[in-house]
Design a protein around this ligand. Structure first.
Ligand code: COA
Length: 383
């Protein structure tokens, strides 16, 4: 007799481990990294400080932050081999595919990719975070038919990323906005890509293999691809006055509106609220096209909240407002998911390091529904 089992589709509601890295309160719309409110980190902190916090579990003092920042700077350069990998992809390649392959190459540059020593793994994490930003900027440059730029170590992580991508040192406002984007995307508990990272590393594969699995899982429009898809939709809407009709028709056709809804948040994603406040700041200061997209996004947000917010728990998530803000920073849609992956490297690494303290191989079960004991016939006897 077939055993009755309860299947939790998409592992919805299943706890996989204990963690002290990140708390997502989906009912109240609150997010904490290591106990600190995301709003405070966005307002007062820096990406480097947040990386330290996530990796070491505490905020750094001044000396610790200076030392950590210096370490990150020293790890920015990427090898000629990694640059060659990026250059060899065709311009048509999707940027996240290039990142996934370049990310794999980082382990080849490390004489000892696997370690069971936590301090050594933190050093590897710093290397991954710093180099992934350089790789992402290089991917953007090559896709645009431009040369790869070397890092500028007079700049912080965010300013240097924008510089390596655009060949222009950003002004203070753009630097702050980029930093906010990195901070808000740095970590989000056991989402699909973090889970993929943990699954890979639960086999005691090295941390580079883990983040490479994370990049692979981030690719789809239900996860890291949602911000690009949201901007695509805003462009399709075309004019602010067309917003309500478009959304009405899409919902009537049972289409999902990208950048809305979340497995955990059943209220406004706090990261989306922070991003919306930045949209309000840049509204009117951006180019005409971006201003139009901002107007469309604000009208779409209002309509979606009226229609599906309170009634269905479908609210804006981090990906809805990210697109116009990335565009404001001269980051093209095809690079959005790659920038997201760069930000998230720290979260992936922090989770691997924590999980390895009490590692258990992931090996779930499935209920078999097929046949058994079929008779194997020679190919000539099969109809
Ligand atoms: C994130 C997401 C995958 C979480 O979904 P989930 O917990 O698996 O829930 P489901 O996809 O099963 O959705 C549940 C219901 O809400 C609806 N829904 C969910 N997100 C929706 C959206 N963005 N627009 C319209 N309807 C949506 C579904 O159609 C479904 O309706 P049904 O019960 O009538 O079939 C989902 O909300 C989504 O696809 N959002 C768009 C992609 C996105 O923005 N991803 C980034 C997340 S940070």
């Amino acid at each position: 007799m077939e055993e009755t089992v309860e299947i939790k589709e998409g592992l919805q509601g299943v706890y996989i481990t204990k963690s002290s890295i990140c708390k997502v309160d989906g009912q109240e719309g609150k997010l904490y990294y290591r106990g600190y409110k995301i709003e405070d980190l966005a307002n007062y902190s820096s990406y480097e400080e947040v990386c330290y916090l996530l990796l070491y579990g505490k905020l750094p003092n001044s000396k610790e932050l200076v030392d950590f920042t210096e370490k990150m700077k020293k790890e920015r350069e990427i090898s000629e081999k990694t640059k060659d990998i990026i250059r060899k992809f065709s311009k048509e390649a999707q940027t996240l595919d290039v990142l996934r392959t370049a990310m794999s190459s980082l382990s080849a540059d490390d004489g000892k990719p696997y370690s069971d020593n936590e301090s050594e793994n933190i050093e590897k994490a710093i290397k991954i975070i710093a180099k992934t930003a350089t790789i992402s900027a290089a991917i953007g440059r090559i896709k645009d038919g431009k040369g790869i730029l070397e890092p500028d170590n007079s700049l912080n992580h965010s300013a240097n990323f924008l510089y390596m991508l655009t060949d222009k040192k950003p002004d203070k406002d753009s630097e702050k906005l980029m930093d906010i984007m990195f901070i808000l995307h740095a970590e989000h508990s056991s989402n699909a890509s973090t889970f993929a990272t943990l699954v890979a590393c639960s086999t005691l594969a090295d941390i580079y293999a883990g983040v490479t699995a994370g990049v692979a899982a981030l690719k789809g429009p239900l996860h890291g691809g949602a911000d690009e898809a949201a901007v695509k939709m805003m462009k399709e809407i075309g004019s602010p006055d067309n917003t309500e009709n478009y959304i009405e028709e899409a919902l009537a056709g049972k289409k999902k509106i990208m950048g809305f809804g979340h497995r955990v948040y059943k209220t406004y994603d706090p990261r989306a609220k922070i991003l919306k406040s930045y949209l309000d700041k840049i509204k009117g200061n951006s180019g005409g096209e971006i201003n139009k997209l901002i107007e469309i996004s604000l009208r779409a947000e209002k309509m979606m909240i009226d229609k599906l917010g309170k009634s269905h728990g479908i609210w804006p998530n981090v990906d809805f407002f990210s697109g116009p803000l990335y565009l404001h920073l001269n980051i093209k849609p095809e690079l959005f998911d790659t920038v997201f992956a760069s930000s998230r490297t720290v979260g992936w690494c922090a989770h691997v390091i924590e999980y390895w303290r009490n590692n258990k191989l992931f090996r779930p079960l499935e209920q078999y529904e097929g046949s058994v004991d079929l008779v194997y016939k020679n190919i000539s006897e099969r109809s």
